[in-house]
Write a protein that binds this ligand. Sequence first.
Ligand SMILES: NC(=O)c1ccc[n+]([C@@H]2O[C@H](COP(=O)([O-])OP(=O)(O)OC[C@H]3O[C@@H](n4cnc5c(N)ncnc54)[C@H](O)[C@@H]3O)[C@@H](O)[C@H]2O)c1
Length: 262
Amino acid sequence: MGRLDNKIAIITGGASGLGLGTATRFCEEGATTVITDLNPDGADVAKGLGASFIEQDVRSEENWEAILEEVIGQHGRLDILVNNAGIFNSCPVDQTPLDEWQKVLDVNLTGVFLGCKHGVARMKRNPGGPAGSIINLSSVVGLRGQLGGAAYSASKGGVRLLTKTVALENAPIGIRCSSIHPGVIDTPIMDPIFAAADDPAAAKALVGQSLPIGYMGDPARDIGNMAVYLASDESVYVTGAEMVVDGGMTIGLPSGRNRPDS
Ligand SMILES: NC(=O)c1ccc[n+]([C@@H]2O[C@H](COP(=O)([O-])OP(=O)(O)OC[C@H]3O[C@@H](n4cnc5c(N)ncnc54)[C@H](O)[C@@H]3O)[C@@H](O)[C@H]2O)c1
């Protein structure tokens, strides 16, 4: 018995990182999983997992409508939507070009809005009545500011409160919506930042060591497992929640090291 047996799930940005980790766990737990991504390489990724793939730009409303039409046409319902696709940028506010700000907001916030809008509309029409779980990827920097995070932090803070609004509007009809707030998880998203350092590997290691728990998170184990919980019926009483998965990043300054293998 899988924890997500008989559930139909869409994960945006599933070709890489947290979306891939989440898709891996969803497939292991029995969900019929559809990965979408701007990157067509997602097709091979999906094949390797036993999932299916649809190319998508989360910024396009027409794309959202077509994808949901295809998934409902094929599977009859939508139980889980993970709005995960996102981009990172780091730039001081007084140097952030307007088009860069707009790009980050378009993908990270408008993309999630469109997913919630059309996801809720579809989940309301599920056979047997409205039901479903929407999971939005925010960040620890959706909870607090970040140096260089004018656009990124604003987008993730927006996701946090969009999530609570969607949760409030739909709690009475059984459609849930919560956000996940990862700290630093080992994915390609920050590779360009590390690549700019003199010693990229050392810079990356240092980030992990600076966390209270002493190492970076793992996409499937840490974010995928949280998403499985929020997607499953184990969390029927959880909505509008902000699930922080950050190795202690937001609790204060690091103390000792706590690696299970050290
Ligand atoms: N990795 C972390 O430490 C971390 C921390 C906090 C929050 N997050 C958030 O988690 C989510 C996933 O990040 P990740 O680390 O896996 O990054 P990643 O770069 O590994 O993966 C992001 C995926 O989104 C896709 N994508 C980008 N723009 C898209 C668009 N317009 N339409 C469809 N797909 C698009 C990319 O092609 C890529 O496959 C993002 O929303 C990110 O902001 C990540």
